[in-house]
Design a protein around this ligand. Structure first.
Ligand code: GDP
Length: 433
């Protein structure tokens, strides 16, 4: 999907415009506490265009001076986006901060569409001519609060979407990414897996976007590691901010089949790890939990078991994800990753036979009768798998309201016991028949 980033100095209305464009859309980040309130990344659509939108204004960069913050946000836009929407304020005219943003964007070699916000009525249109001075061609008058002019603006932005194949890689190539907070050892792991034969495959032909993937071949089979550039890069101030790493992680997750959630075995689990793992789960990707730096952990025969229990307690929602304890440094158990990725990916795209599935559900119901609510008992007529990636099941019932969470969970466990599905979430929906 093409990416549009919104930039501009504070108070020009970036987040209002972001919310307007995104609308009430359900995005993968929506259900995660803490991300909803200050959402900076979402999928969106305009007419027949599907794209992702970034509000760089939401990425706050510590206590850097004001102008540096604006500059860094512009740099993030340049790095992450195919098209940049540069927002200014028609009520205040061109300010020196606008000029600072413009200076950075000139160097970008990315298309920039200039928007003049807060043009709430036609009388104000005269004022937009000053904005030609910024050097990005025709300024587009908009009103974020009234929702005016956004259509024309997005039409213009869409003209600059890169033309590229919809598929980045073949369906048969497994794509995976490593996510986790800084310094857990993601880059070290990638290096350990790639060894000497690092092959960079720049996926986005014809654009300058800085998304560099690597290819690894194991026993003649190709795998793609998504966004190895995002892991390697370090140095710029904004790269260590939490919001920016989240943004990067969300984009990598979106392009992956399997996500390796990397935890620092030495430091243990912290809140940020849970959040990161939550994104992978919400996105419905296959997940493997990787505990790195196991070489420095003082161990006795119980250490691994205790750590595992700890993970299971913290990541209740990831009970399907296998856990591997390894070391990028000593390479211990590194070789187990690719086979695990393969299994998780196979399970993620596996279809089961309908007749067997229905036998499993019937046995489950015989073992543990369906719940009743206000004297009405849930009746299950038929179950069918409607999708893969992740496996998704529809249960046809008398009344979907009666399929409570706990019973749904029970059915999920029965399906897992019968078919495996290790490493992948599965989804169950009830439909009335
Ligand atoms: P990233 O930010 O997640 O990509 O983490 P890096 O790969 O840059 O690693 C952060 C630090 O942890 C570096 O100093 C690495 O040398 C160190 N490190 C990474 N993996 C291991 C490991 O398995 N064992 C030990 N002892 N140190 C590691």
């Amino acid at each position: 999907k093409p990416v549009i980033a919104i930039v501009g100095r504070p108070n020009v209305g970036k987040s209002t415009i972001f919310n307007r464009i995104v609308g009430e859309r359900i995005s993968i980040v929506e259900d995660i506490p803490g991300v909803t309130r200050d959402r900076i990344y979402s999928s969106a659509e305009w007419l027949n265009h599907d794209f992702n939108l970034i509000d760089t204004g939401g990425i706050d960069i510590g206590d850097e001076p004001f102008l540096d913050q604006i500059r860094m946000q512009a740099e993030i836009a340049i790095e992450e986006a195919d098209v940049i929407i540069f927002i200014t304020n028609g009520r205040e005219g061109v300010t020196s901060a606008d000029e600072e943003v413009a200076k950075i964007l000139y160097k970008a070699k990315k298309p920039v569409v200039l928007a003049v916000n807060k043009v709430d009525n036609p009388d104000m249109r005269e004022q937009i001519y000053d904005f030609y001075a910024l050097g990005f061609g025709e300024p587009f008058p908009i009103s974020g609060s009234h929702g005016l002019g956004l259509g024309d603006l997005l039409d213009e932005a869409a003209k600059h979407f890169p033309k590229r194949d919809t598929k980045e890689y073949g369906d048969d190539i497994i794509k995976f990414s490593l996510i986790g907070r800084p310094n857990v050892g993601k880059s070290s792991l990638v290096n350990a897996m790639l060894g000497e034969d690092r092959v960079i495959v720049s996926n986005v032909a014809g654009t300058t976007r800085d998304a560099i993937d690597s290819e690894v071949t194991v026993n003649g089979e190709k795998f793609v590691i998504i966004d190895t550039a995002g892991m390697r890069k370090k140095g710029k101030v904004y790269e260590s901010t939490e919001k920016y790493s989240v943004l990067r992680a969300l984009r990598a997750i979106e392009r992956s089949d399997v996500v390796l959630v990397v935890i620092d075995g030495e430091e243990g689990i912290i809140e940020q790890d849970k959040k990161i793992a939550g994104y992978a789960h919400e996105a419905g990707r296959a997940v493997i939990i990787v505990v790195n730096k196991w070489d420095v952990v003082e161990k006795d025969e119980k250490t691994m078991k205790t750590f595992e229990q700890n993970i299971r307690e913290h990541f209740l929602f990831l009970d399907y994800a296998p856990i591997v304890f390894l070391s990028a440094k000593t390479k211990k158990r590194i070789h187990t990753l690719i086979p695990m990725i393969k299994v998780a990916s196979e399970n993620h795209t596996r279809r089961v036979e309908t007749s067997v599935l229905n036998d499993v559900i019937m046995d489950a119901v015989a073992m543990n009768p369906t719940p009743t609510d206000k004297g009405k008992r849930l009746k299950i007529y038929y179950t069918t798998q409607v999708a893969v990636g992740p496996p998704t099941f529809v249960v046809f019932v008398n009344d979907p309201e009666l399929l409570h969470f706990s019973y749904e969970r029970f059915l999920e466990n029965r399906i897992r016991d019968a078919f495996g599905f290790e490493g992948t979430p599965i989804k169950i929906f009830a439909r009335e028949r």
